[in-house]
Ligand binder design. Structure first.
Ligand code: P61
Length: 474
């Protein structure tokens, strides 16, 4: 429990994690010489490192969260029937209660749900507006014949802008797009909260209400990427007038009520190591996706998951909306952000929900974007301390589907992603010190050249080499 009883005076008191630790996993430390070999063998791509060569793993918060004792107990209650597992009904009830949608199908993870929704909703030539691209989401929209159009507010592309809801849709951009292509060409509006590629930035309740209103006026459906919506609800509670006294669960429920459905990578907010789901209200839409799920994922009462996975997920959903949990989770991310800000390390501001995003453009102003500054920063951090982060810049943005040229995003970021309930405040101190050490020698650092580029989602498997050896360090 936190020491906070909710009164304004108490809100200034320290908080602590609302759990204690009863099982530990030892971490392995490596030498710099070992890391030199490991990162070279990994082609300077942190996705290609072996996790046993990593000390603090901040690659992602996806599937890396610690489950609770209740979730592990739930794993023993798996009903592994092929059809009609009791764990499915528990999961369905949890989504219905907390997210508020009528119909549910499980999927193996988020991109499984994106695949099915895109296939059902998108016809070749359609346009899909959204609040900034996400890699897998946009790919599935494109594979279904659609074109993604970014309608997020301009502030989202500026790492220094302090807008409190940088995930918001620009209603003028969305309105102009509808005017230009016609509502009939718009498959649906795709809205994510929080927005991963913008730095975990939230969408306000006022914004989704307006988006909803515009969609209804034009007969366009609205779907949510619910992956980190619980964290989005926290920011509404904290920043949006009128929500301070509402619970995360109440805010989440209202937010979801403005959309026709949602897809989920349950590996994030929902606190499981694997899983996803797709939930909608309309009966006819549900009939279509329930049928397609048996082609690609599995029967509609398991969708690629074991019964025990669905039980852990149902319990994870219930735990994920606890106010204490969300506050301590985002509090830990902020703690790291404050350390780095105090040391004048350039990061995306305001600090978002799931990660600190280092601004590689300002970190390495001498490295041009085509020499992968964010990828360089990720490998330098690994070399310094064994901490693993993730590139979120030009490599992640891929190539333009028509011209074949690199997409060159304004944001060139390296993400330090914090898994939920896994690391301590001391780990955050160690991370901050490593970032500072890499920052201190930034002028001597050189960029990278891509030597292998796969066709889809290239950042996962691409290989790089150093352009020039870095200056020798003392
Ligand atoms: C991540 F480098 N995210 O952030 P799946 N929507 C959203 C996500 O954040 C998300 C998915 C859908 C990951 C894993 C990952 O470019 C990358 O369960 C907002 O991973 O299929 C996943 O959900 C897809 C890392 C995905 C990446 C794509 O670390």
């Amino acid at each position: 429990m936190s020491t906070d009883d909710g009164t304004p005076a108490q809100r200034t008191r320290s908080w602590a994690e609302p759990f204690k630790i009863k099982m530990v996993e030892p971490l392995k430390m490596t030498t710099r010489a070992e890391r030199e070999v490991a990162i070279r063998e990994a082609g300077y791509n942190t996705f290609l490192l072996r996790s046993e060569d990593v000390y603090i793993d901040l690659l992602t918060d996806s599937g890396t969260n610690a489950m609770s004792d209740r979730q592990w107990a739930g794993m023993m209650l798996g009903d592994e029937a092929y059809a009609g597992s009791r764990n499915f009904y528990h999961l369905e009830a949890a989504v219905q209660e907390l997210y508020g949608y009528r119909h549910l199908v499980p999927t193996h993870q988020g991109r499984g749900a994106e695949h099915i929704l895109s296939k059902i909703m998108i016809s070749p030539g359609d346009v899909v507006p959204g609040n900034m691209y996400f890699t897998t989401t946009r790919l599935h929209q494109e594979l279904a014949g659609g074109t993604f159009v970014d309608v997020i507010i301009d502030e989202a592309h500026d790492p220094e802008h302090l807008h409190p809801f940088k995930g918001n849709v620009d209603l003028d951009k969305l309105g102009a797009l509808i005017e230009r292509v016609g509502a009939g060409q718009i498959a649906y509006v795709s809205l994510a909260g929080t927005v991963n590629m913008a730095g975990g930035q939230p969408v306000s309740m006022a914004n989704i209400r307006s988006v909803r209103e515009l969609c209804v006026r034009h007969g366009i459906r609205l779907f949510l990427d619910a992956t980190r919506l619980v964290e989005n609800a926290f920011f509404i509670q904290e920043r949006e007038p009128g929500f301070a006294e509402q619970s995360i669960a109440q805010i989440l429920h209202e937010f979801c009520s403005y959309a026709d459905g949602a897809w989920m990578s349950a590996k994030k907010d929902n606190l499981v190591n694997i899983g996803g789901w797709l939930a909608v209200n309309a009966d006819d839409l549900f009939e279509g996706l329930r049928n397609l799920i048996v082609v690609y994922e599995g029967l509609h009462t398991y969708g690629g998951l074991a019964g025990r996975d669905m039980e852990a997920l149902a319990i994870g959903i219930e735990e994920s909306v606890q106010d204490d949990h969300v506050r301590s989770r985002i509090g830990q991310v902020r703690y790291l952000g404050e350390l780095l800000t105090d040391w004048e390390i350039p990061i995306v501001q305001p600090v978002g929900g799931h990660a600190i995003f280092l601004d590689a453009r300002r970190f390495y102003p001498h490295i041009p974007q085509d020499e992968f500054p964010a990828q360089t920063l990720a490998s330098e951090l690994y070399l310094d301390s064994g901490i693993r982060s993730m590139e979120r810049g030009i490599a992640s943005a891929g190539r333009d589907a028509t011209s074949g040229d690199h997409n060159r995003p304004k944001l060139e970021l390296t993400r330090l992603t914090i898994p939920r309930r896994v690391y301590t405040q001391a780990h955050m101190d160690v991370v901050a010190e490593s970032v500072k050490a890499v920052h201190d020698v930034r002028a001597a650092t050189r960029g990278l050249r891509m030597t292998y580029e796969p066709k889809y989602l290239r950042f996962f498997q691409a290989r790089f080499e150093r352009l020039q050896a870095n200056a020798v360090r003392g």
